[in-house]
Design a protein. Structure first.
Length: 702
């Protein structure tokens, strides 16, 4: 059952009593002091040049909605741009067995009803086939049938207060995706190397085959760590004797060969996990010391180049000392430029063996180590992300590659992008409680390192580079910011046994926390409009932003057999066939962009739009291709005061063969707009125009 507990108890359960946090906060007091005292970047340090250390902590198996669906000011359960299912219901109303519907439901409520512990829910299917079933060709309506109803369970601020406070203090990315619709190993391949290629048998590496280390030959393409090594840049993996097989670099051929050589005197062990499992299982300290001594004898036979890769990538420390080893390097001034933190199973956050509260302790210790040395903190970026979503629901359809991008296809389905997962960007340059809504995936971490070090990763494909960013938009290097006020995040419940949450008998759609948060500027400026051509509607897509925008088209009147996808820099188009008497489809894009198109096949009304970024105006042009005057109504659906809706609405008469333009100002709404357009006399006609007008400056969430 759920009960209250003190902050001190939180960390004691998580692996060590760290002392109570400052009143109203779960952040280490040392970090709070470092943030409060942080000065502007030093002389000559500007932009990425101010960064000296990047710390990467990839945790396990949580989706964005599962953790942050209720967080204020992100694309969560209150998302205005949530897609519609083919059934007509919103994406949050997932179809279940026997015609049932399952809505997102709180883990806390299920724990109380089932007399279980909310920290210890169990894992779900997260296989390649299960991911494909949930994605369902892009319709996103297979979650419950592929994963069970437990997929819809979510946490809120009371359950994971440190996570929420990190989001409220630093920057959360709400368009960060896993790299592929499947399990841990292929996603970590993307983090370490920029891709997941083929297994030795020719099949795509979309499963955890590498974990069979005794027979797996190792992946034969290079890793980014090796490129850093060749370039003379410092890097290191921090991991313990038991690391849940999450140190993905161990499964690449170069490192497997080094491991075999280092283990040659250990009595038949040929891979690191087998050896360290024997060390962990040894009953006597003397036996453990003997085994470790044999390893050191083998390490002594390595060449200098091999020894360097072993020490940086394969060396493990005693259980429970990962954070201590990291802290020692911070204190000694030997923290490498790039640090990969790979926790043990119990600290990994994986829902089969760990819990959010265990991970909170590791995060706390890492941030405390940096906070105790403000000079290091002021030059450090910490990236906290999650390899995949386990089987937990997320409502945002990921951008996927078109069929012609063959390297991103397997078994007739796109390999990625995968489901959204959390990403927290913790640094002096991301303080302020911001949201960044640029599209990212795990390869974005490498691309950030590329921008910073100048060391390139050729494994990342052209499509990934086109559709995802390099994380730099999450930062503001121009001026330091003070830590925002954060309230008491709430009590933390104790641990318990593994279980599967069940939805309540009476379901309610969750309510997202009220309010907005500051938002980082984005490199998109999308627009879309439709006009009649022979045989259909021509949908003209445009994007005047500096980065490609991914558009998706959802054909609700069966115009296409499945959702369509297109990446646009400049202009693009779809020709939508009109096979019946009418049409109804929706086009979505980044950061809440949406255009809804509905009407009769022989309709006379038409709408086009133009964005004025400087004034933050949307110019809506109304055209009449018919033989009688049409009366158009343009009315806001949001982003204006309810009392002023009538003042913002416009009724416009358009004569046959003529057009008129209405200008809607979005300046007072920080660039956000949501308009509906209808035409009297054409009951079937409707357009909806929604999105955000970027002007190159920070804004607020919609």
């Amino acid at each position: 059952m759920t009960t209250d507990m003190t902050r001190r108890r939180l960390f004691a359960l998580g692996g060590g009593a760290l002392g109570a946090a400052a009143a109203g906060s779960f952040l280490p007091p040392s970090l709070q002091a470092a943030i409060a005292a942080q000065p502007a970047p030093g002389p000559g340090a500007a932009g990425l040049d101010a960064v000296e250390h990047v710390v990467i902590l990839m945790q396990e198996n949580r989706s964005f909605d599962h953790y942050f669906g209720t967080l204020r000011g992100v694309r969560g359960f209150g998302d205005r741009n949530a897609v519609e299912l083919p059934s007509g219901k919103p994406v949050f109303a997932q179809p279940g067995p026997l015609g049932s519907t399952v809505l997102p439901f709180p883990v806390r409520e299920a724990a109380e009803a089932q007399k279980k512990d909310l920290q210890y829910i169990g894992a779900l299917d997260h296989s390649w086939s299960g991911g494909a079933k949930a994605w369902a060709g892009g319709w996103m309506n297979g979650w419950v049938t592929a994963k069970t109803a437990a997929t819809m369970a979510y946490y809120d601020r009371r359950d994971i207060p440190l996570h929420y406070e990190l989001a409220d203090t630093f920057t959360v990315c709400d368009a960060y995706h896993s790299s592929i619709h499947t399990s841990t190993s292929p996603n970590r391949n993307h983090l370490w190397s920029g891709r997941t290629g083929d297994e030795a048998n020719g099949k795509r590496a979309v499963g955890n085959d590498a974990y069979d280390e005794g027979t797996h030959p190792g992946y034969d393409w290079g890793t980014y760590a090796e490129r850093l090594e060749k370039a003379g840049r410092t890097w290191k993996t921090y991991t313990e004797w038991e690391n849940f097989t999450d140190n993905q670099i161990e499964f690449f051929a170069t490192f497997k060969a080094i491991a075999r050589k280092a283990l040659a005197r250990t009595g038949g062990h040929t891979y690191m996990e087998s050896f360290y499992a024997t060390v962990r299982d040894a009953d006597a300290p003397d036996e453990r010391e003997r085994l470790l001594g044999l390893l050191e004898e083998g390490v002594a036979t390595l060449t200098p180049a091999e020894r360097s890769l072993f020490e940086r990538g394969l060396r493990r420390v005693e259980p429970g000392t990962l954070a201590d080893a990291f802290a020692e390097d911070v204190a000694a001034g030997t923290l490498p430029e790039v640090s990969y933190l790979v926790p043990s199973a119990v600290d990994s956050e994986h829902p089969s063996v760990s819990s959010p509260v265990h991970s909170a302790t590791v995060v706390y210790k890492i941030l405390d180590a940096l906070g105790r040395h403000p000079d290091v903190w002021r030059r450090t970026v910490v990236l906290i992300n999650y390899d995949e979503n386990d089987g937990f629901f997320d409502h945002v359809p990921p951008p996927v590659a078109p069929p012609e991008v063959t390297e991103e296809q397997w078994e007739g389905k796109p390999t990625g992008l995968g489901v959204r997962v959390p990403m927290l960007v913790v640094s002096p340059w991301t303080v302020g409680g911001y949201v960044c809504s640029e599209v990212f995936d795990h390869t974005s971490v490498i691309r950030f390192l590329e921008r910073w070090t100048g060391v390139e990763e050729p494994n990342i494909g052209d499509w990934r580079r086109k559709v995802t960013g390099d994380l730099t938009s999450a930062f503001d290097f121009t001026r330091p910011r003070r830590r925002p006020e954060t309230g008491q995040p709430g009590a933390i419940p104790p641990f318990g046994g593994r279980w599967q949450p069940r939805p309540p008998a009476v379901q309610h759609m969750p309510v997202q926390e009220a309010g907005t948060r500051p938002a980082r500027p984005l490199p998109y400026q999308p627009d879309a409009e439709a006009r009649r051509v022979d045989g259909g509607l021509l949908v003209a897509l445009s994007n005047t932003g500096r980065s490609s925008a991914h558009f998706a088209l959802y054909p609700y009147a069966n115009e296409f057999p499945a959702p369509q996808h297109q990446d646009v820099s400049g202009t693009g188009r779809w020709t939508v066939p009109l096979t019946g008497g009418g049409y109804r489809f929706t086009v979505t894009g980044p950061n809440g962009f949406r255009r809804e198109f509905e009407g009769a096949a022989d309709g006379a009304a038409e709408v086009s739009s133009r964005i004025d970024a400087r004034e933050r105006d949307l110019h809506v042009t109304l055209r009449n291709h018919g033989r009688r005057t049409l009366t158009f109504t343009v009315r806001p659906l949001g982003y204006v005061d309810e009392d002023d809706l009538r003042d913002w609405s416009r009724t416009v008469k358009v004569k046959p063969g003529r057009s008129r333009t209405v200008v809607h100002s979005a300046a007072d709404a920080h660039g956000w707009y949501d308009l509906a357009v209808t035409a009297d006399g054409e009951d079937a006609f409707r357009r909806r125009l929604m999105g955000h007008i970027e002007n190159g400056r920070a804004s607020v969430s919609g």
